[in-house]
Design a protein around this ligand. Structure first.
Ligand code: HEC
Ligand code: HEC
Ligand code: HEC
Length: 122
C-alpha cells in the first residue's frame, strides 16, 4: 500500500499549513525567508531606526536571559510583522518597525544602558 504514506505526507503538509495560518512559529517563516536568522538579518543590515541608528531588526531575543541577545532564541516574527496568506498579497504587507525592541530599550535607542545612564534612578 503506497497510498497510506502518501496520504500521511499530504495530511502532514495540510496540518503544517493549518499551523502556519493559525500562529506561525519563527521557524516556519524562516523556511521561506532565508532559512536562518543570520541570512534574514543579512538582508536588513542597513536598516535605520527612527533614532537614526543603523540597527538590525533581526536579532535573537530571549526574554528570560540576562543578556537577551546571547542565546539563540528566535524572535517572534509576529511581534513586528503580520502574517500574510500564500500567495502573499504584497499590497497588504505593511512595513515593520522596531517598536517591540523599545519594550526593553526604553530610551528608544540602541546605546548600551551603561552609557545612556538610563537606569541611574532619574
Ligand atoms: C511558503 C513560504 C512563506 C512563508 C511560510 C512565509 N512567507 Fe513571507 N513571503 C513569502 C513570499 C513569496 C513573499 C513575497 C516576496 C516577494 O514577492 O518579493 C513574502 C513576503 C513577506 C514579507 C514582505 C517583504 C518581502 O520580502 O517582500 C514579509 C515581511 C514576510 N513575508 C514575513 C513573513 C513572516 C513574518 C512569516 C511567518 C509568519 C512569513 N513571511 C511566512 C513567502 C512566505
Ligand atoms: C523587532 C521587530 C521585528 C521582528 C521581531 C522581526 N522583524 Fe522582520 N523586519 C523588521 C523590520 C523593521 C524590517 C524592515 C522594514 C520592512 O521591510 O518591513 C523587516 C524586514 C523583514 C523582511 C523583508 C526583508 C527585506 O529584504 O526587505 C522579511 C522577509 C522579514 N522581516 C521577515 C521576518 C521573519 C521571518 C521574522 C521572524 C524570524 C522577523 N522578520 C522578525 C522588523 C522585525
Ligand atoms: C527582553 C529585553 C530586550 C529586547 C526585547 C531587546 N533587547 Fe536589545 N538588549 C537588551 C539588553 C539587556 C542588552 C544589553 C544592554 C546593555 O549592555 O546596556 C541589549 C543590547 C542590545 C544591543 C547592543 C548595544 C551595545 O552597544 O552593546 C543592540 C544593538 C540591541 N540590543 C538591539 C536590539 C534590537 C534591534 C531589538 C529588537 C529587535 C532588541 N535589542 C530587543 C534587551 C533587549
Amino acid at each position: 500500500m503506497r497510498l497510506i504514506p502518501a496520504l500521511l505526507t499530504a495530511l502532514a503538509a495540510i496540518s503544517l499549513c493549518a499551523a502556519a495560518s493559525a500562529a506561525p512559529k519563527p521557524e516556519e517563516c524562516l523556511k521561506c525567508h532565508g532559512g536562518t536568522l543570520e541570512s534574514l538579518a543579512a538582508q536588513t543590515k542597513n536598516y535605520k531606526a527612527p533614532s537614526g541608528e543603523t540597527v538590525n531588526p533581526h536579532v535573537y531575543i530571549d526574554k528570560l536571559a540576562a543578556n537577551p541577545h546571547k542565546s539563540k532564541v528566535l524572535p517572534d516574527c509576529l511581534k513586528c510583522h503580520t502574517d500574510h496568506g500564500i500567495p502573499p498579497d504584497k499590497s497588504k504587507i505593511k512595513p515593520a518597525n522596531v517598536d517591540y525592541c523599545y519594550g526593553c530599550h526604553h530610551m528608544e535607542n540602541f546605546q548600551k544602558c551603561s552609557s545612556s545612564g538610563c537606569h541611574e534612578g532619574r
